[in-house]
Write a protein that binds this ligand. Structure first.
Ligand code: ADP
Length: 368
């Protein structure tokens, strides 16, 4: 007669931990249940008859376990091998996940014998780690390296070509001067790219800012405006500042200046000549300070608004390159804000201009 027995000496068990059969059910070694309970990965303990003695919530959510059955035949086969020879095994498997509409998810799996079981051996522990996030990170890293290589190739190729041209035109002083100027431009482009990559790397390593200091917002605005003045003057663009004064935040002044300067430079290069760019400082009363940059420029199509903060994403790649853009400016802004516990928001309409707003928490003493 089949007897239904509860595991754990009559203690209330989660669903799916009951075992059927006349043999004496195995018990988990002491402490294992509490370890399994805190694991975020899918963990399953099988008894000597391949029944599930314990399964973590993740194992059930992914459909690896149903009731008291292990649903993945590959895992079952592995568990049997491990039980037979006591050797720990590792592998990667693809499992169709019902809650993802049957899409397969990759798991890194480790199967090991569980020694010290009370009331019968043969227990096997199956640990399955969802690889989706690590795969995504790896993909982002690969894309980034591919993008950087591509971005470097263009100016380096141009430099090689220009050097060749100069060699051929060695007797023509005017041509040599012209091509040398072009070489300087390409070298500058490379310098900007490398500088931006170093800045991005530095910020990503410093999220949040390790040693935040009081920073006067007025000083940040003045410094960023100063650094953009020449570029703006060259295009007849008026730079002005408005709003409240005396706000202070906690953070790294140089990084905040870099973020605001990137917004100002974009405002200048993506605007027609003889327009206005305004920096405004406000405290909306939510514990933060808003520093916004408004231009009368070309604006950004709605479909691109979400993507412009991605590294190397440009609405119009040709225009960005022509103006010496690296495609990293807004990615830097986004990371500087994250490092300060802040955020960046954009409002824009094609042909009507854009407003980028930095929101940074006010320094506590300064909150009114
Ligand atoms: P880039 O070096 O190309 O300017 P960014 O990361 O600073 O790179 O900006 C990404 C893209 O967002 C730009 O290529 C441009 O298409 C768009 N963009 C950014 N700021 C503005 C702005 N103020 N007006 C219009 N488009 C902008």
């Amino acid at each position: 007669m089949a007897v239904r027995t509860k595991v754990g000496g009559g203690a209330r068990q989660p669903r799916g931990t009951r075992v059927r059969g006349s043999q004496r059910p195995a018990k988990l070694p002491p402490g294992i249940a509490s370890v399994l309970a805190v694991l975020s990965s899918s963990a399953v303990v099988l008894d000597s008859a391949d029944r599930v003695l314990r399964a973590s919530a993740a194992a059930r959510a992914f459909g690896i376990v149903k009731g008291e059955r292990l649903m993945v035949s590959e895992l079952l086969a592995l568990a049997r091998q491990v039980r037979r020879d006591g050797e720990i095994r590792e592998t990667e498997i693809e499992v169709p996940v019902p809650r993802f509409g049957g899409r397969t998810t990759s798991f890194a799996v480790r199967v090991a014998p569980l020694s010290g079981a009370v009331g019968g051996g043969g227990l096997v522990l199956v640990l399955a780690e969802d690889q989706t996030e690590s795969r995504r990170v790896e993909e982002v890293r690969r894309d980034f390296v591919a993008n950087v290589s591509h971005e470097l190739k263009t100016p380096v190729g141009a430099l090689a070509l220009l050097a060749e041209t100069i060699e051929d035109a060695a007797d023509d002083a005017e041509a040599v001067r012209r091509f040398a100027g072009r070489m300087r431009q390409e070298a500058a482009r490379l310098t900007f790219l490398v500088q931006d990559l170093i800045t991005l790397n530095r910020i990503q390593a410093a999220e949040p800012i390790p040693d935040p200091r009081p920073v006067e917002v007025d000083a940040v605005v003045a410094e960023a405006l100063d650094r953009c003045r020449m570029k703006a003057n060259a295009r007849g663009i008026t730079l002005t500042s408005a709003g409240i004064r005396g706000a202070a935040v906690l953070g790294a002044e140089d990084l905040l200046v870099t973020a605001l300067r990137n917004l100002l430079e974009n405002a200048v290069v993506y605007s027609p000549e003889r327009t206005k760019v305004v920096v405004n400082v406000a405290t909306p009363g939510d514990g933060g300070v808003e520093i916004s940059v408004t231009d009368q420029g070309i604006g950004i199509p709605e479909r691109d608004l979400e993507r412009i903060f991605e590294r190397f994403y440009r609405v119009d790649p040709a225009r960005s390159r022509a103006t010496g853009g690296t495609g990293l400016g807004l990615a830097i802004v986004k990371h500087v804000m994250a490092a300060h516990g802040g955020r960046v928001i954009v409002r824009s309409a094609e042909g009507q201009g854009s407003t980028f707003t930095l929101w940074v928490p006010l320094r506590q003493e300064a909150v009114q």
